[in-house]
Design a protein around this ligand. Structure first.
Ligand code: ZN
Length: 506
């Protein structure tokens, strides 16, 4: 190996180590830390992040990247070494554009705004939060300026989470999604036969939920050697290497929503677990974009975990664990219940069909804020009007509306669209898996997921960040992002669950 490449690898490994150490602290903060540990933690995290940033943006890295140009040209562009230099150069060129003082201001402002958001949300008072959100937006605007964008300003924000995808592309896809989902939701509301969801509420002791989930997740690919599952206030997945995967979960003893959250987080974990171990300690390790990451969580949660085949196999097992709460049957009633569609206020509790509109609403408002077309003072009204227009629901309070998500308080704009892009990709990927594994449905009904997991690992997970998100998706599905499979899937399911005759197409 070229001596300079070896040197670059060693420097990047240290940067990566610091980042992973920060993740350990973050995971601990959400799962294990006693309350009085809280004041010291932001300082510890800030120190690690500052060191990692300094190491990564050091002139020595820039010099190595320059010196490596001729060597890079001699490499196979699909090799790990070529990808390492290419991806590092891209990350480096972005990182050095942002002055460290601006990054520090953004982090400080986010920390203050998050505290204010918690208080504003519990008082349901947007005005308390508004000046801090204003500051977050101002700083983000300065961040966008660092990149001297030739296209739309929102492109810069989106690029941090879905590199290479433009605002215009997302707008076009979301317009098609909105055009089909709004009438679909209306049709379910007007003409659908009622779906009985009462069996989702009942006495579901948490220790027994965990017993069931562990047996399911073990079939998905969770192993005690490499994974842990711990409770937290908000479920998430993280990892400290491809062989150290952490899931967090949240359960309630009167419903089964935690079970779907766990399948979701397991999908995120499987992506990281499938990243080739030789990518560990390089910037190539792990998921390539938030959209593709979300495609994996949604695939295991929805395409697998809310399918009829899945519940034909697992309903008897679930019922044997909860004989009082669940009635005898073949799982059909349960399948319909977990796929019921009902417009609601809160994104994270939304069903598969209405979920997309929650995301589209945020995407539209974010663009208007970033472009200065919407004043912050008018944001709650704009939110409420659109919730009524798209989902027909009245927003009673700011806490149930504009204040429900944490993202804006953390200065995070451009993230929301990836939730829906991931859902769109998840169905494209599922269909590609079905072409590669012709008996996929039968395997799900037999509770066998090895072929699916291995196909995902081979075609998607193992590449980590070696290719761009668009190249990565094309390798898996054979073409670009396309909302049609996702829309047809939702329409078929609504037809199936609600007995609707929905014209497919358009
Ligand atoms: Zn997720």
């Amino acid at each position: 190996m070229d001596r300079r490449l070896q040197e670059l690898r060693e420097k990047l490994a240290e940067v990566e180590d610091l980042g992973r150490a920060a993740r350990v602290l973050g995971w601990d903060q959400q799962t294990m830390m006693p309350p009085t540990g809280a004041p010291a933690r932001p300082q510890q995290l800030a120190a690690l992040e500052r060191l990692a940033h300094e190491l990564f943006t050091a002139p020595a890295i820039g010099r190595l990247l320059e010196e490596l140009r001729p060597y890079e040209e001699s490499l196979d562009p699909e090799s790990i070494d070529a990808s390492l230099v290419r991806v590092t150069r891209r990350d480096y060129e972005k990182a050095v554009r942002v002055p460290p003082e601006l990054s520090a201001d953004i982090a400080r402002s986010a920390s203050l705004a998050q505290q204010a958001w918690v208080e504003a949300r519990s008082a349901s008072d947007f005005e308390r939060f508004r000046p801090l959100l204003e500051r977050n937006l101002e700083l983000k605007s300065r961040y966008v300026d660092c990149f001297e964008p030739a296209g739309e300003r929102y492109d810069v924000l989106l690029d941090d989470f879905e590199h290479g995808t433009t605002t215009g592309e997302v707008r076009e896809i979301f317009a098609r999604v909105k055009e089909r989902l709004v009438p679909l939701i209306a049709a379910v509301g007007e003409a659908g036969r009622p779906v009985d969801t009462s069996l989702l509420q009942g006495a579901y002791p948490i220790d027994r939920q965990l017993e069931f989930e562990r047996s399911v997740l073990a079939r998905f690919g969770y192993t005690d050697e490499s994974w842990r599952m711990d409770p937290s206030a908000h479920p998430f997945a993280t990892n400290f290497s491809s062989r150290d995967i952490r899931l967090t979960t949240r359960h309630f003893d009167d419903n089964l929503s935690g079970m779907f959250a766990s399948m979701h987080e397991c999908g995120h974990g499987l992506y990281e677990y499938g990243s080739a171990p030789e990518l560990d300690r390089t910037p190539l390790a792990g998921g390539v974009s938030l959209g593709l990451h979300e495609s994996q969580s949604r695939l295991w949660e929805n395409l697998v975990g809310r399918s009829r085949q899945f519940w034909r196999r697992f309903y008897p097992e679930l019922r044997s664990i909860f004989p009082d709460a669940l009635r005898a049957g073949d799982g059909e009633e349960f399948y319909r219940a977990v796929n019921s569609v009902k417009p609601s206020l809160i994104r994270v509790e939304a069903d598969e069909v209405t979920y997309g509109l929650h995301v589209i609403l945020r995407f539209e408002l974010e663009q208007e804020l970033v472009d200065g077309r919407l004043e912050l003072a008018a944001l709650p009204d704009a939110w409420n009007e659109r919730m009524f227009e798209y989902l027909g629901v009245e927003v009673p309070t700011d806490a149930d509306g504009v204040l429900q998500d944490i993202h804006w308080s953390g200065g995070i704009f451009g993230y929301f669209p990836t939730y829906l892009l991931g859902s769109v990709m998840s169905v494209q990927i599922w269909e590609a898996a079905g072409r590669a594994i012709p008996d996929l449905d039968e395997r799900v009904e037999a509770g066998e997921f090895d072929a699916l997991r291995e196909w995902l690992r081979e075609t998607l997970h193992r590449h980590g960040r070696m290719f761009t998100p668009k190249e990565t998706l094309a390798r898996v599905v054979g073409g670009p992002l396309d909302p049609e499979p996702y829309l047809a899937y939702l329409e078929r399911k609504a037809e199936d669950v609600y007995g609707l005759a929905v014209p497919v197409g358009g």
